[in-house]
Design a protein around this ligand. Sequence first.
Ligand SMILES: Nc1ncnc2c1ncn2[C@@H]1O[C@H](COP(=O)(O)OP(=O)(O)OP(=O)(O)O)[C@@H](O)[C@H]1O
Length: 656
Amino acid sequence: ASDDVKIAVYWGQNTSEGSLRDTCSTGLYAYVNLAFLSSFGDGRAPVLNLAGHCDPPSGACASLAADIASCQSAGVKVLLSIGGGALGGYNLSSPSDAQGVATYLWDNFLGGTGAGAPRPLGDAVLDGIDFDIESPSQYYDDLAQNLTSLYRSDARGRAYLLTAAPQCPFPDASLAAALGTGLFDNVWVQFYNNPGCQYAPGDAGALLRGWQNWTTGLPAATVFLGLPASLDAAGSGFVDVDTLASQVLPAVESAENYGGIMLWSRSYDKDTGFSGAAHPQIRKEESVRPLFSLNTFLYNRAAAAGVLLLFLLICTCFLCHKKYRGTSPPEEGSVVAPPASAPKKEQPQPKQRPQRLKRYTDSDVERMTKYYAHKLGHGSTGDVYRGNLRDGRQVAVKVLKDSVGDDKEFMSEVASIGRISHVNVVPLLGFCLQGPTRALIYEYMPNGSLESYAFSNNDSVENYSLWLYWEKLFDIAIGVARGLQYLHGDGNANIVLLNVKPRNILLDQELCPKISDVGVANLCFSKEGKRTGNARGRDGYDAPEVVSRKFGAVSSKSDVYSYGVMVLEMVRAKRNISVGEDTTSKYFAQWMYEHLDQFCNSISDVSSETRDLVKKMIIVGLWCIQTAQTNRSSMSRVVEMLESSSMDLELPVRTS
Ligand SMILES: Nc1ncnc2c1ncn2[C@@H]1O[C@H](COP(=O)(O)OP(=O)(O)OP(=O)(O)O)[C@@H](O)[C@H]1O
């Protein structure tokens, strides 16, 4: 995130800060919040208070329109901040009051064209509304929802922002319900005037713990570190730029939804030059900044403080943890596991940074799917439609049916799915949770599923398996294996899928395989706790223990079994061979024990290296489909086998 982090600032409470135009032309800020609409709601006449900059009742603030336009043309977003420190000046008394305030804001400062609206800032159309609500009160969630509906209605299709400035104790007393709507784009958290969660001289611990609460608690928002721009700007919580750069930013930057810093306020910033000094720091590329996590930061602090015992304890725990993580647990089937005589290759685990999940409304989903115009298919968890995001990216929208759990549970499951990030797993980009509509928005896989490529039943040109090269099939097999290895634990995900089959392996533009439907079953259990979907075992991909518990409990080895069946099927379909009257994959597997070399040698027009790839796929497939789970390889071992030479692999002992 570090190459596009930004600075937000509040402007409007002190004339010494200079004009709005000059503020924007410094090039320091990406967002300027006009502070404040200090009075509104509950029957009050709304009051815009921009200190001495202009006098709203006289209409003089309309002249700011030119400055606002100049900011916007320089790429700076200008928002109106409502609320602020004038406690008692604002509150909302009911949902209809919230509706009225939303309409007022829309008609007077945004894209609304309500007749008779005085438009205190002339014809300026601001970029959004910021909630700086400092006194607990209800109905701000209604206000957020009403504003969002109005945003969507904009005739010119313009995008508006919703932002908020909560205090750092999590959750915020005034804004928790509003933030819970998930509708906020940017949240600049005030890490000042709150000793429990702000920087204390020499100790960033409380601030970083608070930061972790906010960044993990609001996965769908971009979170900014709100700071005073000078010692005088707040009662407490000031962090000087050197400390910010050396102790705070390295830790906060590791949050995926880190957006930058927010400063209170322009006048203090102008005095101290804080943002000018901080700017190069917050924009530093990751490659030049040593990467720290929050934990390493805390460890370092402990060491620096000379707490030797604690340090040693942490080191010991860390080493134990590392040892545990770094060493594969003994193979369950080690008795019959193939010898790993090949030198262990460096395991390229092509992880990606998790995408930040975006929350969409149901009207967004309607727009992106053009009212569900193009159905891609129907699965056990819902229908899938093709769509486009505003930026043109193609997406697949899965509209869930029989989704269970309350909104909070849904959000938490979706956040877990959103954290899954691997080049061989279909990325989740966003979600919709509005009323009864629950949908997941995925990156679109233009080449459909592996099923249509490798498992077509006829010999026509449609039978892609005839022209998918062996090398490509092998790449697909190893890609899926790496994805499963990651899901099973190498990426700390510890996820068992129980639905590994060609239909759930999607292919991107380059035919790179991506596992789909990860985690979705958790959102769609029936009330009786039974998984939705088809009867088990019919298509041959389910492991014996998935079909009948008499074979033991399901585990990651159940996915290994399905993977093995799939790989053997890929080989069988590619050769399109008949090995006797029994055409089942089980019979094919048994046949392979005796005819492996004969089969591989019969593949003409390929190099010996390619035959080696085919042989590895078959041997690996046979290791995976062992009836006893303990005899099956783990996915890590599968990847290892596929990366070694077939010469180093042995067939498993034939048990049936
Ligand atoms: N990200 C995506 N890009 C392109 N097509 C997709 C995407 N996700 C799903 N599809 C397509 O949508 C259809 C339905 O997919 P879905 O995953 O819901 O069901 P399924 O995998 O076919 O069945 P089941 O739910 O029983 O496993 C399939 O044709 C699938 O290929």
